[in-house]
Ligand binder design. Structure first.
Ligand SMILES: *[C@@H]1O[C@H](CO)[C@@H](O)[C@H](O)[C@H]1NC(C)=O
Length: 235
């Protein structure tokens, strides 16, 4: 984790987002998209007044007043997720959808039938992702990666590592795989890099059970289908 934080201190990403329509849940990220010339950044938040305040602060710091919009979204209610997705479906397209919002609760409470943290951080976020997926569908990932003219080989290794952990089935079959943060440790000397797979192999199996993603995905799909029948068909 510390490696990531240090990395971000020196690396302030600014791809050209000119003309792009971006949706962000959670606040401060939109400052960077506005700085990077995005056409429209929709800030989706539960607390509209707080989101408006964040928007104003961002307008002040970037000098751009035409970019941000605040849309209401409460991830503790599936109805709010559905309503939000319906509004998004009226946009001409989405270029980036960044699900950044989440909660961390210490006391147990329910939200729409499941423990609140799970409803917000897992069920609603998956639901929203699936509902917006048709709008985000881009050309085949592997075809795009095989396009020599547009290949960015400077980041290819990192891309390959990210793809490894993106697909639940793959992670399941290789569930003793080094977790992503261990991989980040690889960017040092080969001696230090060599320690990382060993460290990963020593992690208690109990902790790694979390990576048995396939079973969890099956269960999550059942929950999502109960909330909104047919939602996982777009996968
Ligand atoms: C959690 O519950 C305990 C016991 O009821 C309470 O004292 C505490 O304030 C609660 N914490 C939060 C963050 O709500």
């Amino acid at each position: 984790m510390q490696v990531v934080v240090v990395f971000l201190l020196f690396f302030n990403p600014c791809r050209v987002f000119a003309d792009q329509i971006i949706i962000v849940t959670g606040s401060n990220v939109i400052r960077h998209f506005a700085r990077c010339d995005a056409k429209k950044v929709i800030l989706a938040g539960r607390n509209v007044a707080a989101a408006e305040k964040a928007k104003q602060s961002i307008e002040k710091s970037t000098g751009r007043t035409d970019v941000g919009e605040v849309w209401e979204l409460d991830l503790a209610f599936y109805a709010s997720v559905k309503a939000f997705a319906e509004c998004v479906s009226k946009l001409p397209r989405i270029d980036v959808f960044l699900e950044n919002a989440g909660i961390a609760k210490v006391n147990f409470s329910l939200a729409d039938g499941h423990e609140r943290t799970i409803t917000v951080n897992v069920i609603s976020i998956s639901m929203l992702g699936l509902l917006l997926l048709p709008k985000l569908k881009s050309p085949n990932t592997f075809e795009a990666l095989d396009d020599e003219k547009n290949a960015n080989m400077k980041t290819r290794y990192l891309t390959s590592k990210l793809l490894e952990v993106l697909y639940p089935g793959f992670v399941t079959r290789n569930w003793r795989l080094t977790p992503l943060f261990y991989e980040i440790g690889d960017c040092t000397t080969s001696e230090v890099g060599g320690r990382t797979p060993v460290a990963a192999a020593t992690v208690d199996n109990g902790a790694l059970r979390a990576f048995k993603a396939q079973n969890m995905w099956t269960e999550l799909k059942e929950i999502l289908e109960k909330i909104l029948s047919g939602i996982t068909r777009s996968l």
